[in-house]
Design a protein around this ligand. Structure first.
Ligand SMILES: O=P(O)(O)O[C@@H]1C[C@H](O)[C@@H](CO)O1
Ligand SMILES: Nc1nc2[nH]cnc2c(=O)[nH]1
Length: 284
């Protein structure tokens, strides 16, 4: 008799069934995968220098991008390049500590692949963050801009992640005591890797852009296409100068320094937004 025999003795409260061959067919295993995958609820993408939000993940398991088959690697400063699975405010999450940018040489389809992976793993809500230059004169370094809309400048030329075959939270943030530092504005993604010229910034301002970066637009576009709800925000890491005399230019170092200086509030922000999602998404 094998160690397990189907009898009605529930010696330890469990039916001990015989270990039959092929019990775990592919279909049955896929059902187990689906059950486990449905457990990941919120996806988080950390922008440049904003990887500290990944430290808010509890009971975490970290997997380096380089260890994941055919996964791109992060080549930009301020992007650790690892996936973190775990819990934030008791909500199961997967967090990208490092994202992929078009200017790294990755096509948009590769930049947004992690969003599609999140969808396959059951993610229903995406929190996307980035470091951006402030164009709106009321912004100061260290402020947060909630992205109420975006201008898909790269899409103007048809460079869109949806190309090819067709495969809402403001009050909450203000309740964190950030009234004076939180804005709602329009973000745009430039191709990079260079920062904008004065002429480009002047043009963007005319177009109504409040903050300019090099990411997020294609990820949010893809997430919405996948049916996810999105919360995207920018940490204003520098003020874009639109006059030639000022001469102040953004640098990667200052971007990362501001991200570091705001890591505590960013962790608090992501914990509260994930908690809010966990408490409200069942009503959808
Ligand atoms: O990943 P994000 O959009 O936060 O990165 C921004 C844009 C550039 O990659 C970099 C500029 O320093 O920060
Ligand atoms: N394109 C762009 N991305 C940024 N990321 C942080 N600051 C900036 C900026 O001024 N321009």
């Amino acid at each position: 008799m094998s160690a397990y025999s189907c009898n009605n003795n529930k010696s330890n409260g469990y039916d001990m069934c015989e270990d039959t061959e092929n019990e775990y067919t592919y279909e049955k295993l896929m059902k187990i995968r689906e059950f486990l995958a449905e457990r990941i609820h919120v996806g988080i993408i950390c922008g440049s220098g904003l990887g500290s939000m990944g430290e808010a993940v509890r009971n975490s398991v970290c997997i380096e991008y380089k260890d994941i088959p055919s996964f791109p690697i992060s080549t930009v400063q301020g992007h650790k390049g690892r996936l973190i699975f775990g819990y934030v405010s008791d909500v199961p999450v997967m967090c990208m500590q490092g994202r992929f940018h078009y200017y790294e040489g990755y096509p948009l389809s590769k930049c947004v692949m992690p969003v599609r992976l999140m969808k396959l793993l059951g993610v229903t809500h995406l929190i996307a963050s980035n470091a951006a230059g402030g164009l709106n004169p009321s912004y100061k370094v260290g402020d947060i801009m909630l992205q109420k809309d975006h201008l898909n400048i790269m899409g103007f030329s048809g460079n869109n992640p949806l190309r090819g075959p067709n495969d809402g939270v403001t009050n909450l943030v203000r309740q964190l005591g950030m009234e004076d530092d939180v804005h709602e504005g329009v973000y745009t993604c430039m191709g990079g890797p260079n920062y904008e010229t004065v002429a480009e910034l002047r043009a963007l301002k005319v177009l109504g852009v409040d903050a300019v970066g090099m990411s997020t637009v294609h990820e949010v576009t893809t997430a919405k296409h996948c049916g996810m709800k999105c919360f995207a925000f920018s940490l204003i890491t520098n003020i874009c100068s639109i006059d030639y005399e000022n001469g102040e230019e953004a640098t990667c170092e200052e971007v990362l320094d501001v991200g570091k200086s705001k890591e505590t509030i960013l962790k608090v922000l992501v914990e509260n937004v994930v908690k809010f999602i966990g408490e409200h998404s069942n009503n959808e």
